[in-house]
Design a protein around this ligand. Structure first.
Ligand code: MG
Length: 431
């Protein structure tokens, strides 16, 4: 077996970069993308970072600064970001099928079996291809462990002279790069472990890489010891191919406005049950438990949360049944005097959908289960072919008022035929 070599491909300011693909006028201009209900900044362009807008900045507090510097603001357009993310993954899969999708904007690639003569040259060519084919700038770190690849991509992002790529394989400057990364910025260390390490005089990645593994384990546990080994160039965390099956699925949202209408909350719960059930079927699983929660506003006095859950003898993935149960559980806790602010549906206790157990009491109705599976397959394929809500349950429609506000949302350029970008051709005649 060859020595492990990893690349981490990490999109720069991902949501902002997606917005800029179709708004080239915003290049070099400060841009922020705001979270649900346009509350907080969740992605910032480099120009916005330079203005001192921190991650998670509440939009209402920065209104003046936004105005003064004409910061372009967008509501999060998850249809667009999800689509661009899939395009980048598809492109990377053509480089190697040995890919681990780590998050919406980061993937690890296993390069150990690829015939690459010069890793830095390879990195620059992949970076250029992604930029040309999708319009998104990325940073690439290449190293003999995932932790080092993460660190290298962080340096590639922060140091403009690297042009977006840093290769640490046989790089004589490796120690210098390690020294320049603070201990809390190392993957797997974070805010909780960092103070303990700093108290021992270990404040950067180079010092941590030279720590005795025994002491590292005492201070930070097994994961910390592995991080030290990884920083020393020895891989402990192998690549995880494909996407893992989730163990729980949660769908929740803060409403656009507080409400005490049962119809509005039911419609929200029905939508969450629908998307959760779709995700469940996609992962090839059935659920044995469903739960719901409803909240008042936690920032107002008298905050309360109500939860309910129920179990199924026969595990299911049927949207209609799950909606029914979510709505009737809400019926049991509904109170006309409450201003509901947020709600959610979760599914858990999963089994693979090809391993439906027939219980000894004969409670499993196989015929009913098969009919439900076929119905769901039909709905999913229609919705995949003709668009998200082509076939849906009526409860979802009772009221759409619960939906979060997205006043500043850009068009769904890549996923909706009615919102395609328009191009103008200007004809000029040279004299
Ligand atoms: Mg990123």
């Amino acid at each position: 077996m060859k020595a492990p070599i990893f690349a981490l491909v990490d999109c720069d300011n991902f949501f902002v970069s997606c917005e800029r693909i179709f708004r080239p006028d915003l290049t070099d201009h400060p841009v922020v993308v705001l979270s649900s209900n346009d509350g907080c900044a969740v992605s910032r362009s480099n120009e916005a970072k330079k203005l001192g807008i921190p991650m998670g900045a509440p939009a209402f507090k920065y209104q003046e600064l936004f105005k003064q510097h004409q910061v372009a603001k967008f509501s999060a357009n998850f249809e667009l970001y999800g689509n661009i993310s899939r395009r980048i993954t598809e492109l990377l899969t053509t480089v190697t099928p040995r890919i681990e999708i780590y998050s919406v904007d980061e993937s690890f690639l296993d390069l150990s079996e690829l015939p690459i003569a010069d890793y830095a040259v390879w990195g620059h060519s992949v970076r250029a291809a992604i930029l040309q084919w999708t319009g998104v700038p990325v940073s690439i770190g290449i190293a003999s462990s995932k932790t080092l690849a993460k660190l290298a991509s962080n340096r590639a992002k922060k140091l403009p002279e690297l042009g977006g790529v840093l290769n640490l394989i046989n790089n004589p400057d490796t120690d210098m790069y390690l020294e320049s990364v603070a201990v809390q910025d190392i993957w797997g260390i974070g805010r909780q472990l960092a103070p303990k390490l700093r108290a021992e005089g270990i404040d950067n990645a180079l010092k941590l890489s030279k720590m005795y593994p025994k002491l590292a384990k005492q201070l930070t546990g097994i994961r910390g010891r592995q991080t030290v080994t990884e920083l020393d160039g020895i891989s402990c965390f192998p690549i995880t191919l494909g996407s893992q099956r989730p163990k729980t699925i949660l769908r929740s949202r803060t409403f656009g406005e507080d409400t005490n209408s049962s119809h509005i909350v039911e419609s929200a719960l029905a939508s969450f049950a629908t998307t959760a059930a779709f995700r469940l079927r996609r992962s090839g699983q059935l659920a044995k438990q469903i739960g719901i929660f409803v909240d008042t506003n936690r920032f107002k006095p008298g905050f309360r949360r109500w939860t309910k859950n129920m179990s199924y003898r026969t595990p299911i993935a049927d949207t209609g049944q799950l909606i029914n149960d979510a709505v009737s559980m809400f019926g049991e806790i509904y109170n006309t005097g409450v201003a509901y602010h947020r709600a959610g549906v979760w599914l858990q206790d999963f089994v693979p959908d090809d391993q439906l157990q027939i219980d000894i009491f004969g409670n499993t109705n196989i015929h009913e289960h098969d009919t439900s599976q076929k119905r769901m397959q039909a709905i999913d394929s229609l919705n995949e072919r003709y668009g998200k809500h082509t076939v849906h349950y009526a409860t979802q429609d009772l009221a759409r008022q619960w939906q979060p506000k997205r006043k500043l949302c850009s068009p769904r350029y890549t996923t909706d035929l009615n919102e395609l970008p328009k191009a103008k051709i200007v004809h000029t005649t040279n004299k």
